[in-house]
Write a protein that binds this ligand. Structure first.
Ligand SMILES: [Cu+2]
Length: 258
């Protein structure tokens, strides 16, 4: 006895397929319709832990626009699908976070807790790459905007360059401090203290190298191997600022070429 396929039998699997597609479509619509209202109903200040993917390539961030809520902790899953090395920097006037630099085909992550509402800038921080288009924005809803650039906080802040684990090229390295709410004044070193003014002390492997009223100093003749550089903020009379403010980084000096 041979089996006969009737039109009715063939129709049955198709009907199941239609039902499956319909269920999928309804789920999608329900999800799409519900999700924004769930976000809107969240109590102000409710923190969420979110994961998002961002792709780095020449010369764009994809996606380049994100929407979050103040207080969200966001884990960026970063992929470099380009041919050059890239990284991700997330910043506003109060926060500044960098992922490691990754080569073509590599992945890394960067976790950021968004303390402020308003706009954060996201870029690839490798010189020139943001100008070529590797730039975007996070828009954060909330009620705690970051201070405007240069707004007086009364709390000095210092950023040290180079960053930790920098590989030195050759045997010299420029060290630079970027300061907020603190003015360097070379003429007042050893003078009377003035609030929010002073200089910085540069240490190399715990040895004082210089007291500096300029933001930059170049270390020369560094021996091969790791070195610790440290910057400490000082009042005019040489005492440490209160509260103490220092920053340090380990740099790696390559062995000299034979
Ligand atoms: Cu880049």
């Amino acid at each position: 006895m041979s089996e006969v396929t009737t039109p009715a039998m063939r129709a049955r699997p198709k009907r199941y397929l239609y039902i499956a597609v319909l269920i999928g479509l309804l789920s999608f619509l329900a999800y799409g319709a519900t999700y924004p209202s769930m976000q809107a109903e969240a109590a102000p200040g409710t923190q969420a832990s979110l994961e998002v993917d961002v792709d780095l390539t020449e010369w764009e961030l994809n996606p380049s626009q994100f929407d979050f809520q103040q207080g969200d902790t966001v884990l960026f899953n970063i992929t470099n699908s380009g041919r050059f090395s890239h990284n991700l920097e997330v910043s506003n006037t109060a926060q500044h976070l960098n992922s490691p630099t990754i080569g073509a085909g590599e992945t890394t992550t960067l976790e950021v807790t968004l303390d402020n509402s308003g706009t954060y800038t996201i870029i690839c921080a490798i010189p020139g790459h943001s100008d070529l288009g590797m730039t975007g924005e996070l828009t954060v809803s909330g009620d705690n905007p970051a201070p405007a650039e240069g707004e007086f906080l009364g709390i000095p802040a210092m950023r040290l360059s180079p960053r930790n684990n920098t590989a030195v090229v050759g045997s010299s390295q420029e060290v630079r401090v970027t300061l907020h709410d603190f003015t360097l004044n070379a003429d007042s070193i050893e003078g009377a203290n003035v609030g929010g003014e002073g200089h910085w002390a540069l240490f190399l492997d715990d040895e004082l190298i210089a007291s500096l009223g300029e933001p930059s100093y170049t270390l020369e003749g560094l021996s091969a191997g790791p070195h610790v550089i440290r910057a400490e903020l000082r009042n005019n009379d040489g005492s440490a600022v209160e509260p103490a403010l220092s920053s340090e980084a380990t740099i790696q000096v390559p062995a000299a070429a034979p």
